[in-house]
Design a protein around this ligand. Structure first.
Ligand code: GLP
Length: 269
């Protein structure tokens, strides 16, 4: 696992956006359109939450400056609240449209999100896994982390080989997300559709953004402790191409020597 430690949230956002843009450009150069054949799409997994907002802003800026294009990018979002439709102001679909998709040159038919109003949520989850497979799998999964170390909505105790399914949210997650629901945890839906830990682990690369003191305890568990289903992001220890990009505040609970080691690695020419 690579851990990139930067000074602050703005640097984390810039680093992540440049990394994603570079991967998209590399893929376009590797698999260009040829006569009678379209370029291979770049399949990108995406999160919601406050943390990726800066990265989305940077990607929008890079797209505006024509430094990256999303024309040939296919996206799959991580999760959605069960019971919220795409027009609900707190739905993750709406969040993504407002904060990212509406501001870049994406073909809207390339956007995939879980349907929180699906009649049969089990079938919706199976179809999502199938759609990811049919798209050729996810090239790069961008993620965030809950303060209890959760990835997407894979709450503590989730199977590390889980696939897309319905999960019951913990009280801690509902309290943390209450800020989007008028401050009332009871108004946060109790269940959500979410990709599984196994779904994220199948991506060729996983990039996770971590920012702030409130994530420091979880970051220590994920980086310095063992693989543990109570801190589901610790699954990254088993991934061949995983990067955590974090700010200094988030490293507050790491050992000095851990921080020094990861910083030394990044300084290497
Ligand atoms: C929710 C989302 C996660 C996200 C987490 C942290 O639980 N399902 O994908 O990583 O919130 O959000 P924030 O970035 O706002 O701290």
């Amino acid at each position: 696992m690579r851990v990139v430690i930067l000074d602050n949230y703005e640097e984390v956002s810039r680093w992540a956006a440049l990394h994603i843009a570079e991967r998209i450009r590399e893929s376009a150069a590797r698999e260009p359109a040829a006569r009678g054949r379209r370029a291979k799409p770049f399949v990108l997994g995406l999160p919601t939450g406050s943390t990726p907002l800066g990265t989305y802003r940077e990607l929008i800026r890079l797209c505006g400056e024509k430094k990256v294009s999303f024309e040939n990018v296919v996206t799959f979002n991580m999760d959605e609240y069960l019971g919220l439709g795409e027009d609900h102001p707190q739905s993750y679909r709406r969040f993504m449209m407002d904060n990212f998709f509406n501001h870049v040159d994406m073909d809207k038919k390339n956007i995939h999100t879980l349907n929180g109003l699906a009649q049969d949520s089990g079938a919706e989850c199976l179809a999502y896994e199938e759609a990811i497979r049919a798209a050729g799998g996810i090239e790069l999964f961008l993620g965030g982390m809950g303060s209890d170390g959760h990835l997407a909505f894979n709450e503590p105790g989730s199977s590390l080989s889980s696939r897309t399914r319905v999960k019951t949210l913990t009280g801690e997650t509902r309290i943390a997300n209450a800020r989007f629901f008028g401050g009332d945890p009871q108004r946060v839906p109790a269940t959500a559709l979410t990709v599984g830990v196994g779904t994220v682990m199948d991506a060729r690369e996983v990039l996770v953004l971590v920012s702030g003191y409130q994530k420091a305890r979880a970051l220590r568990a994920v980086v310095e402790e063992g693989i543990n289903h109570m801190w589901t992001l610790s699954c990254l220890q088993m991934h061949q191409c995983a990067i955590i990009v974090c700010d200094r505040e988030a490293t507050d609970e790491l050992k000095v020597r851990t921080v020094r080691y990861f910083r030394d690695i990044e300084r290497r020419p």
